[in-house]
Design a protein around this ligand. Structure first.
Ligand code: MG
Length: 357
């Protein structure tokens, strides 16, 4: 129970261990087990989205500051964030609910730019907005607007095909969905592209920094890519979009929920040079920086090379790499470094950059 000197801090929403402890220790205490009808993927699974009656359901609020940043804006982010959380369970997102919370004084031209961006991103993801809500609050610290985007997704033939391929190599595989808890020893970990681009792009806009090379956000919907991967290659067991807390947080989620160790190789993790340089200059760990257009994929080892080849043949996945594997030699996440040592990759306290999504 909270004491009179306990307050919410920015870390409660920063996607690391503080936020996870808050969700487990507070949110789940009040919301866990409510009217439980034996949902397929319930709240307590704390996966990217829930599954209710065969439908994937997700709600995601977006508070990025500033609302326009290099490579994107809050509208594109809101659609992509929700679509990607539905897509990583293996479902195809079909419909969204858009809740706009606007700050008094937001220029209408800015609002229209954001609405158009939402529209364009929906067209790209082939998803509809079917309901929504608009509220306005007094001038303050909102930064112009925040957006809640909720959505639903459905099973597809591609997901069924993927599961048939998984069962070819793992006969006891029982899950109907792509879940964080599905990893087993021997699986390979594939990353769809470079890390750190989104967080550093937003930080540069927040602080008015320029890092020499052009750093732009990777924000994009990945549902089309993911559906093709499932249908044309298959063998995918777990997926996550490494947003707040970055790759380090996503891999620790996998490790914890699957009860396995994950070994990754530093020299295989794709990072653009300007992002690497910015991280070094600012003392940030690129593994902990949020991404909005990448997916971490756990795949049965027999299909890993094929998944990699497929991804590299796409625009979204051209920088993909097999970055590691699942092991029983330790628990948690460890990285083989370029200088030959091995370092533990703990769950970050929280993403070092505030309000990136
Ligand atoms: Mg997610």
């Amino acid at each position: 129970m909270a004491g009179k000197d306990d307050y919410v801090t920015m870390l409660y929403g920063a996607g690391g261990s503080v936020m996870h402890d808050f969700i487990r220790g507070c949110i789940l205490r009040f919301f866990g087990g409510l009217a439980d009808r034996g949902f397929e993927v319930p709240l307590r699974a704390l996966d990217d989205a829930a599954v209710v009656g065969g439908i994937v359901l997700k709600s995601d609020s977006h508070v990025v500051k500033p609302i326009f940043f290099p490579g994107g804006d809050i509208g594109r982010l809101a659609v992509s964030g929700t679509v990607n959380d539905i897509a990583v369970l293996g479902a195809e997102p079909i419909a969204l609910a858009c809740g706009l919370i606007l700050e008094e004084g937001l220029p209408l031209a800015d609002l229209e730019r954001i609405l158009n961006s939402i529209r364009e991103t929906c067209l790209e993801a082939d998803v509809a907005i079917v309901t929504g809500d608009t509220k306005v609050v007094e001038r303050g610290n909102l930064g112009g607007c925040v957006i809640n985007m909720s959505g639903i997704g459905v099973r597809t033939e591609a997901l069924e095909k993927n599961l048939r391929v998984v069962k070819r190599y793992r006969v006891d595989f029982g899950s109907r969905w792509i879940l964080d808890s599905n990893l087993r020893v021997g699986d390979k970990i594939v990353l769809s592209g470079t890390i750190g681009d989104h967080g550093i792009a937003v930080l540069s806009a927040q602080e008015g920094l320029s890092f020499g090379g052009e750093i732009v956000s990777d924000v994009r919907p990945l549902n089309k890519l993911i559906q093709r991967l499932l249908g044309e290659v298959g063998g995918v067991v777990s997926m996550k979009d490494p947003t707040r807390g970055g790759l380090a947080d996503a891999l620790n989620e996998f490790s914890e929920k699957s009860g396995v160790g994950i070994l990754i190789y530093e020299d295989r993790i794709p990072i653009r040079e300007p992002v690497k340089a910015a991280c070094e200059m600012l003392g940030l760990d690129p593994l902990e920086i949020g991404n909005e257009g990448k997916v971490v994929i756990g795949v049965v080892k027999e299909k890993a090379e094929e998944a990699l080849d497929f991804l590299r043949g796409t625009v979204e996945g051209r920088d993909a790499e097999i970055i590691g594997e699942v092991t029983d030699r330790f628990v948690g996440v460890a990285m083989q470094t370029v200088i030959g040592g091995r370092r533990i990759i703990p769950r970050p306290l929280g993403d070092p950059i505030p309000r990136i999504c």
